[in-house]
Design a binder for this molecule. Structure first.
Ligand code: CMP
Length: 227
């Protein structure tokens, strides 16, 4: 890919949206486009050698961590425009989580040195990254609360509302969550088993709070799900 083609993709990424054409061109010279197939691991948890930062150009990734009992939990799903890999570069610790492609992905990759130079040179990019890191910390605080205080039923309802807010489309009073996660993935996001997820989702459907088909989940009654 030429630097010009890279720039055409990069100008659509919110992280770079406030840069001038010449600044964007300079950044494109040090970014590489990488493709990953569904299921491929991009970043390995505990990898102490992690030296790269990634921005999602297309596709989705799952950020996952392993519990002390060896269970996988999905911490977040990141989509087009989101970034990852900044933590290891900033604090020098091993990777905090694994990141795997949930579907075919194209990513911009930056090496540590270029990433740090960009942060120093473009305060708007640094502020964008800090703002997103604050949002992730708030989400993490919320997850700690829901895991420790809420019943499984509440945790699953809370996750559906979160997916609706972050990935859903509002159509009149409905919220449509496209490309729904599997029951196993919902279990990994809420710290429970696949069987429990199946039971809770069928209760929520019977109450007409949600409806589910092969590809999507529709929140029919946001207020009742929230309560
Ligand atoms: P790093 O630790 O370098 O590698 C794994 C990346 O996953 C991490 O940087 C963050 O970019 C991302 N990550 C870790 N925890 C979360 C989280 N709770 N929510 C969203 N992204 C995360």
């Amino acid at each position: 890919m030429t630097a010009e083609e890279s720039c055409t993709l990069a100008e659509k990424v919110p992280l770079f949206s406030e840069l001038s054409k010449s600044d964007l061109t300079a950044i494109c010279r040090v970014m590489f486009l990488r493709e990953f197939e569904a299921g491929q691991t991009i970043v390995h948890e505990e990898d102490a050698q992690g030296q790269s930062f990634f921005v999602i150009v297309s596709g989705k990734v799952h950020v996952a961590a392993t519990t002390a009992e060896g269970k996988q939990i999905i911490l977040a799903t990141l989509k087009k425009g989101d970034f990852f890999g900044e933590m290891t570069i900033l604090d020098g610790e091993p990777r905090s989580a694994s990141v795997a492609a949930a579907e075919h992905c194209s990513l911009f990759m930056l090496y540590r040195k270029s990433f740090l130079e960009i942060l120093k040179r473009y305060p708007k990019i640094a502020i964008h990254i800090l703002t997103e890191m604050s949002r992730r910390l708030r989400n993490a605080n919320r997850q700690i609360n829901t895991l420790s205080l809420m019943s499984v039923y509440g945790r699953i309802a809370d996750l559906l509302l979160r997916l609706g807010r972050d990935h859903g489309k509002r159509v009149a009073d409905l919220i449509i969550i496209p490309e729904r996660p599997t029951h196993q993935q919902i279990a990994e996001m809420t710290g429970t088993t696949r069987e429990t997820v199946t039971r809770v989702l069928s209760q929520l459907q019977k109450k007409r709070f949600i409806s589910i088909d092969r590809r999507k989940i529709i929140i029919l009654d946001e207020k009742k799900l929230y309560d």
